[in-house]
Design a protein around this ligand. Structure first.
Ligand SMILES: C[S@@+](CC[C@H](N)C(=O)[O-])C[C@H]1O[C@@H](n2cnc3c(N)ncnc32)[C@H](O)[C@@H]1O
Length: 199
């Protein structure tokens, strides 16, 4: 991905994620499944303090598994995170419920979690939409082997977010290059609220 990431990330993911995240020097941000950490560095350049993790040991930051709620909670330091972000990883993660629960606990009151993920309506190799399932594909041309993707419908993703104690207060669907009718990515901003208020 390089320090500046690739064109897709720069044009489709980063602008709206950054708009919804609105990073500032007072922020303490958790970057989930950070990959090579190029977005973490970008946030740090904008003055935010950042803790970043990935389960790839090549990541220079922390190593944690996003499906392991306890492991994520161990990233807790002496202050709550103001924000969390996850770029293009939700569709790579086997089970996102432990992540949502842990992020809820790590965030300060009214903290926000912005994630960008493949648009499940338009980016898939299968005919199935409603039923959660997985399939193999490549992310970047030339990668040595296919990787697994986890398809979830939008209602399944959103209902897990609501169950964890979040409401949605920002949402974009972003297109790439010439096809301005088919969004490749959806970008969601969650806001932590009191779980009782969602009953
Ligand atoms: C498409 S990459 C995105 C990386 C980075 N966020 C970016 O936008 O450049 C997806 C990342 O999710 C990570 N990942 C997938 N499942 C994970 C898990 N269970 N725990 C931690 N990281 C995970 C992968 O190692 C990979 O770095």
């Amino acid at each position: 991905m390089g320090d500046e990431s690739n064109e897709f990330h720069r044009e489709v993911v980063r602008p709206k994620v950054t708009e919804l995240l609105s990073p500032n020097p007072a922020d303490y941000i958790l970057d989930i499944a950070c990959g090579n950490g190029n977005y973490s560095s970008y946030l740090a350049q904008r003055g935010a303090s950042v803790v970043a993790f990935d389960y790839s040991k090549k990541c220079e930051f922390c190593v944690a598994d996003a499906t392991d709620r306890k492991g994520i909670l161990e990233l807790k330091r002496n202050r709550a995170f103001t924000k969390a972000v996850s770029n293009m990883a939700i569709m790579d993660i086997t089970d996102i419920e432990p992540l949502l629960m842990a992020v809820y606990e790590l965030l300060q009151e009214s903290g926000i979690f912005v994630f960008a993920t493949q648009h499940p309506c338009f980016v898939t190799l299968t005919e199935k939409y409603m039923t959660p399932h997985s399939y193999y594909d490549i992310a970047i041309e030339g990668q040595p082997k296919e990787q697994i993707y986890y398809h979830r419908s939008i209602q399944d993703i959103f209902n897990l977010c609501f169950r964890a104690g979040f409401v949605i207060d920002g949402f974009y669907e972003e297109c790439f290059k010439t096809n301005k009718e088919i969004p490749m990515v959806m970008i969601v901003r969650l806001k932590k609220v009191k779980r009782d208020s969602l009953k």
